[in-house]
Design a protein around this ligand. Structure first.
Ligand SMILES: O=C(O)CCC(=O)C(=O)O
Length: 299
């Protein structure tokens, strides 16, 4: 893939890599510009409006987006890969793919693409210590390995906040360090509620990416402000893993995927997983990549 799909490696600075290892996540600022955030947000809001305008009982056709969750204050959009070229550009952004590969320790494939738009919940009670919908996507013993002393996980997410996230703006919360701890998830969540310093929350400028291992326990944070939060998330797995983001990609979309992105989109039915490893002290690859370097699928 490398010759035809230039991308940085390593994608993280040594300090970012250390932070990821210690806590199971790292927030990388400045991945998307203000204009890129605005453009993706506009596309997400357009899609939300189109889905809401459908007649009652409408069954989405192959390739059409849908709400995974639909509440007045919170929509969770799935199956969105085929409905706007900016979404494919996000999922194939070379720096984001490379961040995921650094965590996987090998070549990545896209396993899902989702977005959330949310405002304050009507259930919000000022002053009450929040409870979160904590979960993880895979378990520690199955999905983890180490190389050169660094932690790797075969299921990774790149979650970019398209709006500013101050302390009251509902940034993602995580149970720090849970990506390495093979204990029952509910026990770890209980400990985190007993000692809330274990719960870290994303507070970051728009355009920052939360890179995390899906072994890490995480949830949507509590939104207390009057602002709407917009985030877009790609899930990546090792190339041998299946696509699991809702409906399968349509044959029409698959036919458009350029050769150099076929493994990224479709994976590879083979145990050769294209290892990609760094040492902690390897300096970051500083080449600049923007959303324009991602693949804008023709519509
Ligand atoms: O809303 C968030 O910040 C987290 C989203 C999440 O947990 C998910 O999409 O699985």
């Amino acid at each position: 893939m490398e010759q035809s799909f230039p991308r940085p490696f390593p994608a993280l600075t040594p300090a970012q890599r250390y932070h990821f290892d210690a806590f199971g996540y790292v927030v990388v600022p400045g991945v998307l510009s203000a204009d890129e955030c605005a453009a993706i947000q506009a596309a997400m809001r357009r899609v939300r409006g189109e889905i809401r305008a459908r007649p009652a009982g409408y069954q989405p056709q192959p390739g059409e987006p849908k709400f995974i969750s639909d509440q007045p204050h919170h929509v969770f959009i799935g199956d969105m890969m085929e409905c706007d070229p900016l979404f494919t550009a996000y999922a194939t952004h070379p720096r984001l793919v490379s961040m995921a590969e650094e965590v996987i320790g090998g070549e990545a494939r896209i396993v899902e693409l989702n977005a959330h738009l949310n405002t304050r919940s009507p259930k919000y009670v000022p002053g009450e210590a929040p409870k979160y919908d904590f979960h993880n996507g895979t378990d520690v013993p199955f999905s983890s390995h180490t190389k050169h002393g660094l932690y790797h996980c075969n299921f990774v997410k790149t979650l970019t906040n398209l709006t500013e996230l101050g302390p009251d703006d509902g940034g993602t919360v995580v149970v720090a360090g849970s990506h390495k701890i093979d204990l029952p998830v509910e026990d770890m969540i209980a400990r985190a509620y007993e000692d809330r310093s274990l719960i870290h929350q994303v507070i970051a400028p728009a355009g920052s990416t939360l890179l995390f291992a899906e072994t890490l326990i995480h949830a949507t944070g509590q939104l207390r402000s009057d602002r709407e939060r917009a985030i877009i998330i790609t899930g990546y797995g090792s190339t041998m893993m299946p696509y699991w983001g809702g409906a399968a990609l349509t044959p029409e979309f698959v036919a458009k995927i350029p050769d150099h992105l076929r493994n990224l989109y479709l994976g590879k039915a083979h145990w050769t997983r294209g290892p990609r490893y760094r040492q902690l002290t390897d300096p970051v690859d500083t080449r600049t990549f923007t959303l324009a370097d991602g693949w804008h699928a023709p519509v």
